[in-house]
Design a protein around this ligand. Structure first.
Ligand code: ADP
Length: 255
């Protein structure tokens, strides 16, 4: 059995009185495609944000690639991570957001090259070469000089995917990446994700309301409610014969 690439061990996250992740444990295997589904407010996005270290934990432990995300090993003890450790761990993970978050005053090419140049010391020439390959892969090479405001939502999202890939992450997180798009633009973004699933061995976690896509794409589905996993399994089981009443209720409403 392969060693998990992500391990959540009794993770808790509270915002004030509100417990958003409640003693949550699960593993993700290298190359696995995992769909996180569940009602709004059940903590799905918070899981991705915690993995990106955009949020701290209230309790518990996360390991990525066998190393503590928020903790580093010092001899036999673990200590809170310093910035150097966090920086190194963050480079393993790329995230694509619902609202694209492109730099509005930079052209498409600069959006993709900026982080590798600034955070990984890649030369401008190498960053450009890699960016053009990635833009070609997502079908956006001809828009390399365009500004984000000149692009459709689907085009912006494809650039955002190329930008995340430019840092060569092992893990990609997709947070409802199609929910801000007009319906006719959804497929072009899902197609890029399908291609990544087919042609790379990246581990992919997606929060999605596209149940048809989750069903076709994911190796495993986790159904969340109130910061806990209610049920998990292969899509064939979760979508056709969910065991839990809460899962059945949710799927009746969304499918
Ligand atoms: P989901 O992605 O399943 O819709 P989220 O992870 O976005 O759920 O949110 C879970 C809960 O945490 C929600 O009730 C949300 O309002 C709350 N929450 C998320 N981020 C914050 C924050 N920074 N401060 C306070 N509450 C937050």
């Amino acid at each position: 059995m392969a060693q998990p690439i992500i391990q959540l061990d009794r993770v808790t996250k509270r915002f004030g009185e509100l417990t958003v992740l409640d003693d949550l444990s699960f593993d993700v295997l290298p190359g696995e495609k995992l769909a996180l589904i569940g009602p709004s407010g059940s903590g799905k996005t918070t899981i991705l944000r915690v993995l990106m270290t955009l949020e701290n934990l209230t309790g518990g432990h996360i390991a990525v690639d066998g190393e503590g995300l928020f903790h580093m090993r010092k001899g036999r003890r673990e200590e809170p991570a310093d910035e150097t450790h966090l920086h190194r761990m963050r480079a393993k993970i790329g995230m694509v957001f619902q609202h694209f978050n492109l730099f509005p005053h930079k052209c498409v090419l600069d959006n993709v090259t900026l982080a590798p140049i600034l955070t990984q010391g890649v030369t401008r020439a190498d960053a450009r070469e890699r960016a053009m390959e990635l833009l070609d892969m997502v079908g956006m090479a001809d828009k390399a000089q365009a500004m984000p405001a000149q692009l459709s939502g689907g085009q912006k999202q494809r650039v955002a995917i190329a930008r995340a890939l430019a840092l060569r992450p092992k893990i990609m997180l997709f947070d409802e990446v199609t929910s801000a798009l007009d319906p006719e633009l959804v497929e072009e973004v899902l197609n890029v994700m399908r291609m990544l699933g087919r042609e790379t061995d990246m581990t992919m976690l997606l929060v999605t309301h596209e149940m048809g896509f989750a069903r076709d794409f994911a190796d495993r589905v986790l159904f969340f409610d109130r910061g806990r996993i209610v049920e998990e399994g292969p899509p064939s089981q979760i979508f056709t014969s969910p065991r839990q009443e809460r899962t059945r209720n949710f799927l009746r409403k969304v499918v």
